[in-house]
Design a protein around this ligand. Sequence first.
Ligand code: NAD
Ligand code: DAU
Length: 355
Amino acid sequence: MTSQTTLLVTGGAGFIGGNFVLQQLAANPALRIINLDKLTYAGNLQTLASLRDNPRHVFVQGDICDRELVQKLMREHRPNAVVHFAAESHVDRSIHGPGEFIRTNIDGTFSLLESARAYFAELDESARAAFRFLHVSTDEVYGSLGADDAPFTETTPYAPNSPYSASKAASDHLVRAYHHTYGLPTLTTNCSNNYGPYQFPEKLIPLMIHNALAGKPLPIYGDGMNVRDWLYVEDHCTAIATVLAQGTLGEVYNIGGWNEKPNLEIVRTLCSLLDELAPASQSFANQITYVKDRPGHDRRYAIDARKIERELGWRPKETFETGIRKTVQWYLANREWTNNVVSGEYRQWVALNYR
Ligand code: NAD
Ligand code: DAU
């Protein structure tokens, strides 16, 4: 990033976007971020509380589908890049109600691309050369792996299985087309499962920590042997910053930390960390409960991260062991953050999904 960079970040009040905004503003003293977020149930201004008086952070509550607003923000703030996190991101919610996923993930990305295309066309030559549109996507677009299959590479054919992953796949294709057809300087990243501070407690790791401490069941879908590939969120954020600074235009970069684990192992690890750091009268593992499987549940994801390692020199800092310990410590030290998001809407979601 150069000294005078302005980024338009979408979804920067969510889990990964929030971590990215906090990390990048701390790391780059001359960086400004215009943070556009609709503040859905998943957006949380508390995550950004430390930036309240920071003039380099401008928060705007709004929808990426609102083209007039996005174009106004672009004209006013002249961003050097768009970093697009905003999405509906929870697979289970996409199964119960896919409509919002189609609207935000597909229509929203289309709308943002159109705004970026119009803005890009008006830039002078040197600003055009510097401009980037970075689209944050997921490994789920590649579908599900068998136990012995090689991890996903950037050329693995798309085979999305949930409404969520199908909507992300569609958005990836739009980004690709805008580069190919209009020459928009795009970059796409496809990352594996993230974990760390500020994650909404509907996702596996924060949900299990929250339920364990609340004395509630720890609901394992199916046999608990579905495999995910885990990456500490700050490592994902440094990977995005690396791709933004050095990535080749039009290219896709897979991001992952080579940390495949079955869900049951994750939950047992969380229980033993909680037994150590917040002991109760009996082990938290006694709260593990098997529940009905997720419909169409992908069996295994795994990312081959060799391209970003080889071409851009990125490597994760955290191992799974260091990252998961930090994460449990963070949730223990910030119980108020979780308690504040576990609102009426959250309770309705739990009743619907785990009935
Ligand atoms: P999140 O659900 O925690 O946050 C999404 C944010 O987007 C929220 O702040 C929400 O308010 C905002 N938003 C939703 N709809 C919007 C709209 N129409 N306009 C403006 N803002 C809107 O999601 P996350 O886990 O932080 O994921 C961020 C991105 O990273 C997503 O694109 C997701 O697909 C991708 N991703 C997530 C993971 C993961 O493990 N969480 C892994 C790989 C990729
Ligand atoms: O792979 C990247 C994706 O990871 C991102 O694109 C998504 O935005 C993100 O939500 C995540 O999707 P998953 O479906 O893998 O994450 P989730 O935390 O919902 O579930 C992880 C695994 O744990 C999955 O196999 C389902 C299982 N699970 C989840 C919940 C919420 C349970 O067994 N019980 C639960 O209660």
